[in-house]
Design a protein around this ligand. Structure first.
Ligand code: ZN
Length: 184
């Protein structure tokens, strides 16, 4: 599968189904504070990055509110990386591709995904400086042996996940990264 197809509507719909499964797990667990049932609650997001307009369901992040105490529960997501407005798949894929590209190709990449070059540079800085300091990564990085090369993130991370093609590797990476936005 070519990397262009990875950001298309079919792949996005596939990621949405994974998010729905993750949300169902959250709902089945009940309220973390009082144990009561959770109500489904959607809040709007405007995901950016990748060709084409987001579909209606793509604009919503799944969420639940407790039926008794009102505590909000936001399930982990393979579509959103914490509070970032760009799609998680775009942030991972574009950042991974950037490393191996010459100037001209970087220009093409930024035009195609609709992300300014400075945003791409900011993402790179985020991976190598901030991501590695997150509580998530501090705990999770130990499972990789030999250690994941920080300077080459996120390409070095993507390469650690087996898959028959780039799509399965990207999906596995997004699943791995999903808890990043937990608790927000
Ligand atoms: Zn509750």
């Amino acid at each position: 599968m070519c990397h262009r197809a990875l950001l298309d509507a079919t792949y996005r719909a596939f990621l949405l189904r994974i998010d729905e499964d993750l949300a169902a797990e959250t709902r089945a667990g009940g309220c973390r504070r009082c144990g009561a049932a959770l109500h489904r609650d959607l809040y709007p997001r405007k995901p950016r990055g990748g060709p084409g307009d987001p579909s209606k369901s793509d604009r919503r992040r799944l969420s639940f509110t407790c039926s008794i105490c009102d505590k909000r529960h936001t399930p982990v997501s393979v579509r959103f990386l914490g509070r970032r407005v760009y799609r998680a798949a775009t942030v991972v894929l574009a950042s991974a591709l950037r490393a191996g590209l010459g100037d001209w190709r970087v220009k093409q990449l930024t035009e195609w995904i609709g992300v300014p070059r400075r945003t791409l540079e900011r993402w790179h800085a985020w991976w190598v400086h901030e991501f590695v300091d997150t509580r998530f990564w501090v705990i999770a990085h130990g499972q990789f042996m030999p250690p994941v090369e920080v300077a080459a993130l996120p390409a070095s991370l993507l390469a650690r996940f087996d898959g028959s093609d780039l799509a399965s590797q990207l999906t596995a990476t997004l699943r791995f990264l999903a808890p990043l936005g937990e608790g927000r």
